[in-house]
Write a protein that binds this ligand. Structure first.
Ligand SMILES: *Cc1c(COP(=O)(O)O)cnc(C)c1O
Length: 363
């Protein structure tokens, strides 16, 4: 298969990756850098892998402008393990934290955290069917809270915080689905985490960025893998790291740097989103977006057609035209176009054209 036969992939996760990155991976698969073996056959203690690993850590740090007083950790277990690992590491016995419940992922984070510590729901979007993000003054931060947990972008609901809440306690943010598509205010944070597979690379890897002075303050008797301090003191090589995922993400990160860094990707995200919302808003109500305008995601654009039959045909005919993975999540229905960092603007232009054609032949 050549690059020209690739589909436009709007998958919500894992994501599409830059063709140049896939080509490099292919070219290096049998012989990485003259070692006579693939990087995934190498020892994780070998110089070849060490260089890849350390470069990926450095590139993430530089793209996200991570200050020196934060550690960057590469962990396994996806973002989901962090739902438990965050409170285990940041809350001592009896300490509490608030969780802003903005949809599917926030709810999971809250549910797992409750099993670890006496955390509470600081706001819930359930009444409004999770169609908007709260403003800061709607969020209840109780006295003594160690942090406020937010989900910067709800991947399924298609909403994002245009700006994160400004509260008196540190934020902990799940950025899985908009990682490195917008700047991160490190002063406001104790921790940021995300799975790599939405915006940064293949599945199998979570990136956790944590303020160093918050490590080892939990007083818990954690097992070694669950304690962030284990990974911090070993550059995330305390055990065998997910080498292939880190290697590929490293290539995506250097591609992002070459393409102009975070600012360029924030701008591309805005461009992709405005093309799609423009197509929805310009359709005289034929396509509708069920979320509050101020909370519209730049990464997961959700919309509805006049009826479910049309939605089914839309997904099927788009796939025939080379645009795949447009079906909305089974919990909410409708259409969802996920437009992550590596998705070319041309893919969005193709979808916008298809939307216009589909509407005119069905209305
Ligand atoms: C996908 C996703 C997760 C879960 O990620 P896994 O790596 O599959 O555990 C968590 N939070 C958000 C916002 C997500 O989009």
């Amino acid at each position: 298969m050549s690059a020209s036969t690739r589909v436009h992939n709007f998958c919500a996760g894992p994501c599409t990756l830059p063709v140049s990155v896939l080509e490099e991976v292919r070219d290096e698969l049998l012989d990485f850098d003259g070692t006579g073996m693939s990087i995934i056959e190498a020892s994780h203690r070998a110089a070849a892998y060490d260089a890849v690993h350390m470069q990926a850590l450095a590139d993430f740090r530089s793209l996200a402008a991570v200050p020196d007083d934060f550690a960057v950790l590469f962990l396994q277990g996806g973002a989901s393990l962090q739902f438990a690992q965050v409170p285990m590491n940041l809350l001592a016995d009896g300490e509490t934290a608030g969780y802003v419940n903005t949809g599917t992922w926030a709810k999971k984070a809250l549910g797992d955290a409750k099993k670890v510590a006496p955390v509470y729901e600081a706001w819930s979007g359930a009444d409004g069917s999770f169609s908007r993000m709260p403003s800061t003054d709607e969020i209840e931060v109780r006295d003594g809270s160690r942090y406020l947990h937010v989900t910067s972008n709800e991947t399924i609901g298609g909403i994002r915080f245009p700006a994160l809440p400004t509260v008196d306690v540190p934020l902990v943010t799940d950025m899985s689905s908009d990682f490195l598509s917008r700047p991160i205010d490190w002063d406001a944070h104790d921790l940021v985490y995300g799975g790599a597979q939405k915006n940064l690379g293949p599945a199998g890897l979570a990136v956790v960025v944590v303020r160093k002075d918050r490590l080892s303050t939990h007083g818990r008797d954690l097992t070694s893998y669950l304690d962030y301090a284990t990974h911090e003191s070993n550059d995330s090589m305390a055990n065998t790291p997910p080498m292939f995922a880190i290697y590929v993400m490293g290539k995506v990160l250097s591609w992002m740097q070459a393409e102009g860094g975070l600012a360029a990707f924030e701008q591309r995200a805005a461009e992709r989103a405005s093309l799609l919302y423009g197509a929805i808003d310009g359709s005289d109500g034929w396509y509708t977006c069920p979320v509050d305008e101020a909370s519209r995601s730049h990464m997961n654009i959700v919309f509805r057609l006049p009826d479910e039959d049309l939605e089914k045909r839309f997904v099927a005919e788009a796939a025939e035209a080379g645009m795949v993975n447009l079906k909305g999540h089974r919990s909410v229905g409708g259409i969802r176009a996920s437009v992550y960092n590596a998705l070319p603007v041309a893919s969005v232009e193709a979808l916008v054209d298809f939307m216009a054609g589909f509407r005119s032949s069905n209305s």
